[in-house]
Ligand binder design. Structure first.
Ligand SMILES: *Cc1c(COP(=O)(O)O)cnc(C)c1O
Length: 461
């Protein structure tokens, strides 16, 4: 495998940024435009995953830039304790209108949104005079963020490992809905859903149903297991368990929301009669133009605050940031004006087709799953038994590297796709503006990378 020319990378020995690794040099991007990222040495890379499913309308859109400039020239920053700003107001109106929610809180990133959602759920029950509700239930192989609360809530084994001493004993976990690995061979979707609902019910009973504050789930699991949708009926069944016991039903759509699945909200694919009690959005909300996330709050939760203390005991300096909200507002307008959600859906159908055509026959491609423009390819050692490669086999990094060398960036997931320890996948989540030709190039490139990397694994074995 040839290494990238060094003039495309940052020189980490002289860099003053503590990058994610002090050993592996990140590439130095000098320009990003449309669906491409340009390097210092002149090469261009097709953005096949929008970072971590962030870039959804492409890079450098002049309309967003104009909006941000206008915002900077009118109101840049005002403190949310004293002031509101038009951008935050308009964005909240748009988002609540689309989702059927009542209010929105704007924060700087997904982890902050999840922290806030945990606290909001807790305070909701205090407002309702139920202080005994202290427990939270999330799922195995979930990701909800990197701050200590969100990381404690989720089960991304590798990211949690160093910090285990700090996680609250009030966070509990049940099985994910992950058909490829955990639905039994002769089990129907309905039976599988019933089994998972029984498990959640049993967890409520174990903890004491009156002690559970909320259940958290990603509508489509993102980074941890790789674009994993639930089987039909799952979320409805989970919600019924929550409703029965008075716990809040919270959906994390930080990675899969804002049109990524071909509907504005991923839960709109699900058989739910009403929106979740709380929903968090991030990543694609700012489309890469601003660091913004939101907590969308249902009427039910707002009413409890209205009847109670009337204020949420939580706040951040950069809450409701005018420039961040304006950027997100422009992104949202473009998504609607250019009918990008419909386009995302259509391109998604095409991507699914070519992924299956090109990759499903490969000896080590175990599963291809996703929705909209949010797809993962999971690799196994043995297709029949679904045996995985040991977590010491770091081939995903090689696949990513081979793709980059051929001009495509996609998103890695390894050491834990299936069970928190083993399992490997890559994610394809390009901007909704991607063309069919560009999608074909991504899949062709990935195919070559897979062939090259597995050949070298075989030679090593
Ligand atoms: C990325 C992500 C988060 C955390 O968001 P950050 O912006 O990285 O803090 C939380 N939940 C899900 C589902 C995510 O994909």
């Amino acid at each position: 495998m040839t290494d990238l020319p060094t003039d495309a990378s940052v020189n980490t020995t002289s860099s003053h940024v503590f990058h994610r690794s002090l050993v592996n040099e990140p590439l130095l991007a000098v320009r990003a435009e449309g669906n491409y990222i340009y390097l210092k040495d002149g090469r261009k890379l097709l953005d096949g995953s929008g970072g971590a499913a962030v870039t959804n309308i492409g890079h450098g859109d002049k309309r967003v830039i104009a909006g941000i400039l206008d915002q900077l020239q009118t109101v840049d920053y005002v403190h949310s304790g004293t002031f509101s700003n038009k951008a935050a107001e308009e964005l909240a109106t748009e988002l609540t209108k689309d989702s059927g929610m009542a209010r929105a809180i704007f924060v700087s990133g997904g982890s902050e949104a999840v922290e806030s959602a945990i606290k909001l759920a807790r305070q909701y029950h205090l407002e309702k005079k139920q202080p005994e509700r202290t427990n939270f239930i999330a799922r195995q192989q979930s990701y909800h963020g990197n701050t200590l609360g969100a990381l404690g809530l989720c089960r991304h084994t590798a990211r949690r490992a160093p910090f285990l001493p700090y996680f609250s004993s009030h966070f509990h976990h049940v099985s994910p809905c992950f058909a490829y690995h955990y639905k039994l061979d002769n089990e129907s979707d309905e039976d599988y859903v019933n089994r998972l609902a029984d498990e959640l019910e049993a967890k409520f009973q174990e903890l004491g149903p009156h002690t559970v504050a909320a259940f958290f789930a990603e509508t489509i699991v993102g980074a941890t297991s790789g674009c994993t949708p639930a089987v039909p009926g799952y979320f409805k069944a989970m919600r019924n368990v929550c409703d029965r016991h008075g716990a809040l039903f919270v959906l994390d759509e930080i990675m899969c929301g804002i049109g990524r699945t071909g509907k504005m909200h991923a839960w709109q694919w699900e058989d739910l009669s009403s929106p979740p009690d709380i929903q968090v959005l991030g990543k694609g909300l700012g489309g890469g133009y601003a660091s913004l996330a939101t907590i969308l709050i249902s009427t039910k939760v707002i009413n409890a605050f209205l009847a109670g203390s009337g204020s949420f005991n939580n706040g951040y300096t950069y809450q409701s940031h005018a420039v961040g909200c304006r950027a997100a507002l422009e992104v949202l307008k473009i998504i609607k004006q250019d009918q990008l959600i419909e386009q995302c859906y259509q391109r998604g159908i095409f991507l699914q087709k070519i992924l299956n055509e090109q990759l499903s026959n490969h000896l080590h491609v175990g599963d291809i799953r996703g929705r909209g423009l949010f797809w993962s390819v999971e690799f196994v050692k043995n297709k029949e038994t679904k045996e995985m490669y040991p977590s010491t086999c770091l081939f995903i990094d090689s696949i990513i590297k081979e793709c980059i060398e051929r001009g495509v960036v996609i998103y890695p997931g390894s050491k834990g796709t299936a069970d928190g320890i083993c399992g490997d996948h890559v994610i394809i989540a390009p901007p909704y503006t991607i063309t069919e030709d560009e999608l074909a190039f991504i899949v062709d490139t990935l195919k070559v990378a897979i062939i090259v990397v597995f050949k070298s694994i075989q030679e090593l074995a």
